[in-house]
Design a protein around this ligand. Sequence first.
Ligand code: ADP
Length: 357
Amino acid sequence: MALTTVRVALRVRPFNEKELKETHQTDNLITFVPGQPQQISIDQDRRHFTFDYVYPSHKSQADVYQSCIQPLFDQFVNGYNATILAYGQTGSGKTYSMGTSTTADFSSEHVGIVPRFADNLFDWIKCQQNKPDNNTQYSVEVSFLELYNEDIIDLLSVNNKNASITIRENANGNITWSGVQEERIQGAADLLSCLSRGSTARTTASTDMNASSSRSHAIFSVSLTQHMNVSVENNDTIAKTLQSKFHFVDLAGSERLKKTNAVGDRAKEGISINSGLLALGNVISALGDESRRQQQHIPYRNSKLTRLLQDSLGGNSQTLMLACVSPADTNANETLSTLKYANRAKNITNTVVLNQQ
Ligand code: ADP
């Protein structure tokens, strides 16, 4: 058992065409502090923030993968759970970074985290299988869920809209999901095909509900099971199983939305924020508060998002929050709010256990 804090990475995307027209680029909203690669300051109120990783807009997808995802991958194949939560306003680069878009190009330098992970995983398995004396059997399964308010949609199931999923805590205190469609896959191409199929179902489901998929959360999960025989004393062997999960979470856009169904001046006043993100924020605050943590007053049960992700926040997982922001001063308020949210996540301690039987 080991204690580990939630790690936070900040990624600033390049200016888009609209911002290039509207923004005074000389007034850089975010300043990178020379000699302090983990620090930034935001000019809006000259506040400084320090994160575990900071990626200015010129950093590539490969840079991000190598520095902050590869260490999680290494833990995952050794039997530990991992989670990446992509957080930020719509258009800040969450889907680009995760590589989960329906139109993602899986063959260029723009390839995102999940397709890189797929190659990494199956290359690793092949390399292990080629080692002499390796008797381990590997099995990989994926699932893909979407949460829209409190509805769970199973993106890999044919009856995806009526998903009846039960979330339980098992005897070891780990969270288990039952009723989720899990597909056994044999290679990176299978993983990408499940990813594309689910991403397309996500777009279709939100169109049917007359909603934007940026208001829903998507959880793509990969489970790795490793059955092996380990030599012990007297030339005996015992069977051992390692089972680990990796959740890739593309959270709903964090912006406060003006209510579009209200009319007149009141429409401008009305703001709403996604209820799952609100619940996630409350869990993050509670976990950062020593006394509430000790009394175990963590409001996981207030939303399905926090219940599904209970292991990832304060539980048995190595977790990274990837906070994505726009570089433009026109988005200053949303960027500051993302920085503050991400800053609070740094206070969370998880208890990581080797998942071995
Ligand atoms: P979100 O998922 O947060 O709504 P997207 O990932 O869809 O945002 O990004 C919005 C647009 O910005 C997309 O066209 C995407 O290709 C582009 N983009 C985002 N981040 C980067 C980046 N680091 N480099 C190049 N283009 C990016």
